[in-house]
Design a protein. Structure first.
Length: 237
């Protein structure tokens, strides 16, 4: 009789555990992904984190939605050896945010903030551990920046129109630089393959702030000629 009671108790406990696990999975709907919502301990407090995920291998993260009003960037790290890709998928579009082979750390633009990001999903492909952090483009930057790989700089203001940017890149792949302005306009500053050195006049509309989006596989530097200290845009920004 005691043995029967023990088996019955075990069965009820197992059922409760299974029910709890199923309800958690249904509520999160993202499987074996860790989601962090407490951002009190952050290395970049001025760049406000909105969402953060961590996982391993091929996974799809659904129900990603961001409100209108500020630009958002997505920072990804990856420790695998094979191809690593991150796509943002909505009913309207599929955007390839990251496509790399091997270890990766970089930041790309997710939304310029001029319209609300429609409900979508992040499709992650890889064979190793990865992290994804979505944060606002609200941190500040000097007017001269350098880094390695894909980055989104902080915000800055330019004192005059017709600013000449000097840009250099040592990577072998694509080198693409966009300026995004707070009035909703954008300007392509550079589009090249391989090592690059050149200049471009930035539009700098009146009464706007600006940030830069850089795609590169190597080290790059951008100098706006205002004698600012050359600051490093970090891997996780």
């Amino acid at each position: 009789m005691n043995k029967f009671k023990k088996l019955l108790a075990f069965g009820l406990s197992l059922a409760l555990l299974c029910g709890t696990a199923m309800s958690v999975q249904a509520a999160n709907w993202i499987g074996p992904v860790t989601v962090r919502t407490d951002f009190s301990d952050t290395s970049v407090p001025a760049a406000v984190p909105v969402l953060q995920y961590a996982g391993n291998g091929n996974l799809t993260i659904p129900n990603v939605v961001l409100p209108q009003g500020t630009a958002y960037k997505i920072t990804c790290t990856y420790g695998g050896k094979s191809n690593f890709s991150v796509r943002f998928i909505t009913d309207e579009r599929t955007e390839l945010l990251v496509n790399a082979i091997g270890v990766y750390a970089g930041t790309t633009l997710l939304s310029d903030g001029n319209s609300a990001v429609p409900l979508g999903s992040l499709d992650v492909r890889g064979d190793g551990n990865w992290t994804i952090t979505v944060s606002t483009v609200t941190n500040l930057s000097t007017k001269s920046v350098t880094s390695v790989g894909d980055k989104v700089t902080g915000m800055f203001s330019l004192p005059s129109t017709g600013t000449i940017l000097s840009m250099s890149n040592s990577g072998k792949g694509n080198f693409i630089v966009w300026a995004h302005y707070s009035d909703g306009t954008s300007q392509l500053l550079a589009s090249a393959i391989g090592p690059y050195a050149g200049q471009m006049v930035i539009n700098n509309p009146k009464n706007t702030t600006c940030y830069l989006e850089v795609k590169s596989e190597g080290q790059w530097a951008i100098d706006m000629g205002y004698a600012d200290t050359l600051s490093l845009v970090p891997d996780v920004n």
